[in-house]
Ligand binder design. Structure first.
Ligand SMILES: [Zn+2]
Ligand SMILES: [Zn+2]
Length: 202
């Protein structure tokens, strides 16, 4: 029932429409009217069934085609790998050109250059997928929700501004600060263990 624009289905739909139309017109429904409606419904479902069969057959035909193409490409690749590679690239380009939507989708996914600047100079890093910023500049995008600034502060009180992808912690830390925190906690716990060990003998 999707984007198929072939005629049989449209015919079937128009049959249904005429059925609905007739139902309104004939309020005095007699036996003749009923039987004619039933026959029309029958033809409608028959057409629908035929159409679905046709779709199914087309699908299996496509599957077979794809299978034979894959087999042929495999054979070609084992015989002449370079030529086969060229052919695959050409095929891919052809299919891309044919479906404009997938082309647009590819364009979206294609990495573009970061639109951010560092010290007045244009960033040359590749942008993250579906964004216009690289990892260093992703925080310039205020609508994004995945990255946040490191929540740690340096010894001089300055806020760390390294972007972090961490959706599990409430106070995300960059790699450097996460390591420092880990070391701190480890030292803390080992200190506690030492204290306990020192206390135990007493
Ligand atoms: Zn950048
Ligand atoms: Zn940090």
């Amino acid at each position: 029932e999707d984007s198929e624009q072939t005629s049989p289905y449209q015919v079937a739909w128009s049959v249904r429409e005429t059925l609905g139309y007739e139902r309104h017109e004939s309020d005095d429904d007699n036996a003749d009217d009923r039987s004619s409606r039933v026959t029309r419904l029958c033809t409608y479902f028959q057409q629908k069934y035929k159409h679905l069969c046709r779709l199914e057959r087309a699908e299996s035909r496509q599957k077979k085609c794809r299978h034979t193409l894959r087999k042929a490409l495999l054979q070609a690749a084992s015989r002449e790998p370079e030529r086969a590679g060229q052919l695959i690239q050409e095929l891919r380009r052809a299919t891309c050109a044919r479906t404009s939507t997938s082309q647009a989708r590819q364009r979206d996914a294609e990495p573009t250059t970061c639109s951010g600047t560092s010290k007045g100079e244009q960033c040359t890093n590749k942008a993250l997928p579906y964004t216009r910023h690289c990892f260093q500049h992703i925080l310039s995008n205020r609508s994004q929700q995945l990255f946040s600034s490191c929540t740690a502060k340096f010894a001089d009180g300055q806020q760390c501004s390294v972007p972090v992808f961490d959706i599990t912690h409430q106070t995300p830390l960059c790699e450097e600060h996460a390591k420092k925190m880990d070391n701190f906690l480890r030292g803390d716990s080992s200190r506690k263990v030492q204290h306990q060990q020192q206390r135990k003998p007493r």
